[in-house]
Design a protein around this ligand. Structure first.
Ligand code: BGC
Length: 405
């Protein structure tokens, strides 16, 4: 029998009920998130960000169009985030209108046959929360828990999967960068994360989980961790494990009592005797400067499974920034072949959500285009790319087709 490069039979069937979706985050697509810390950062006189988010994709108004497209393309799941800065624009002032807005989004997804996966915190916080000292300030976790409880009317409307905090390790990294007075690592790899922020985020996640279960014990609660796919060169195994633990593994271990864990990877980082190495000189680089390495997801799933116990895995983000959409199809083909191989090996993987539904604001710039759907920055007209039809087709059939491999 002919097999894929991963040794699988062609036309691999994914499990029934598998989540096939695309992901977004409020600040990156909604536009005019004026009460958030990021908006303030974008408009600070000394900002180092190349461009502000502005109107983004105007998804605050056009979310129906986005969901219509995703459903029509064949997707069954849509991950989006609720913006804390909108729901609680001033401390203790919860906006009924914004809560109703996000509730309508949940209802709108369900009406279209899209299962909503809701993220409660995706990198942005209210400006007032940042001003009072962020995650490590006195009472910060109580404030987060109060916000989580305030989202009850939204998530009790038919949401099953809730992601409390997106990529806590990247949040703790951003604090470390701020303390170092830089935004990029001086060498390959990343600095040590801020430890008090790490501890605070883990506690915030656990408190949010309890709060969510009190809203409904049926909610499936998890969080999503950024996986850098650390690969040890021969002899560097112990150094790699030591490097990975505080930067990543500690967050995976904190999910051991969760209902699921989100796995998010884009590329790999090789570690040698002297630490992390840059991408190989002949590597194809994407628009973010990362090595084209679709196998990353397979490695990240296996790494996570080894640490988290029998908690189900969901790929909550995976994708590539490229202007050449055929490379996106190649990337997704490689990634899904790796997911299929991991399933064959018995990993309990419940879904695959691509990053991202739309070309969006990539934290400082619109240049890296991760989207399955292009967005005209002036008219906001959406145009699905061939990769969107390809991935949506796969969602419809639940099979990796022969012709695409
Ligand atoms: C984040 C997204 C981001 C993507 C690509 C993840 O770290 O959750 O917000 O756009 O990676 O950089």
């Amino acid at each position: 029998m002919e097999t894929t490069p991963a040794g699988l039979p062609f036309s691999f069937p994914f499990p029934d009920g598998f989540l096939w979706g695309a992901s977004t985050a409020a600040h990156q697509i909604e536009g005019n998130n004026v009460n958030s810390d990021w908006w303030h950062r974008e408009h600070a006189p000394d900002t180092t960000l190349p461009e502000p988010s502005g109107d983004a994709c105007d998804s605050y108004h056009r979310w129906r169009e986005d969901m219509d497209l995703l459903a029509r393309l064949g997707f069954t799941d849509y991950r989006f985030s609720i913006e804390w800065a909108r729901v609680e624009p001033a401390p203790g002032r919860f906006s009924k209108a914004e809560i109703a807005h996000y509730r309508r989004m949940v209802e709108g997804a369900l009406e279209r046959g899209l299962r909503p996966m809701v993220t409660l915190h995706h990198f942005t916080v209210p400006h007032w929360f940042a001003e009072r000292g962020g995650w490590t300030a006195e009472g910060a976790i109580d404030l987060f828990e109060r916000y989580v409880r305030a989202t009850a009317p939204i998530i009790a409307t038919g949401v099953r999967h809730v992601c409390t905090i997106n990529e806590p390790n990247m949040i703790a990294l951003a604090v470390a960068f701020r303390e170092l007075g830089t935004e990029v690592a001086p060498v390959a790899g990343i600095p040590l994360l801020d430890e008090p922020t790490t501890d605070a985020l883990i506690e915030a996640h656990h408190r949010a989980r309890t709060a969510l279960k009190s809203i409904s014990p049926d909610l499936q609660v998890g969080w999503s961790v950024a996986n850098q796919v650390y690969q040890a060169l021969p002899g560097a195994e112990a150094a790699t494990a030591a490097y990975s633990h505080p930067r990543e593994d500690v967050f995976i271990e904190a999910a051991r009592d969760d209902d699921w864990i989100g796995v998010q990877s884009y590329t790999r980082t090789r570690i040698g005797a002297d630490g992390p190495l840059p991408a190989p000189p002949d590597a194809e680089l994407t628009l973010t400067g990362w090595e084209f390495y679709p196998e990353a997801t397979g490695h990240a799933l296996r790494h996570t499974a080894a640490l988290v116990g029998d908690v189900p895995l969901i790929v909550t983000e995976n994708g590539i920034a490229t202007a050449d959409d055929s490379r996106r199809v190649a990337y997704y083909t490689g990634a899904l072949t790796a997911v299929a191989a991991a399933l064959e090996d018995g990993l309990d993987i419940h879904g695959y959500l691509a990053w991202s539904a739309l070309d969006n604001y990539e934290w400082g710039s619109y240049r890296p285009t991760f989207g399955l759907i292009a967005v005209d920055p002036d008219t906001f007209v959406r145009t699905p790319k061939p990769s969107a039809a390809w991935l949506g087709g796969l969602a419809r059939t639940g099979r990796l087709p022969r012709a695409d491999l």
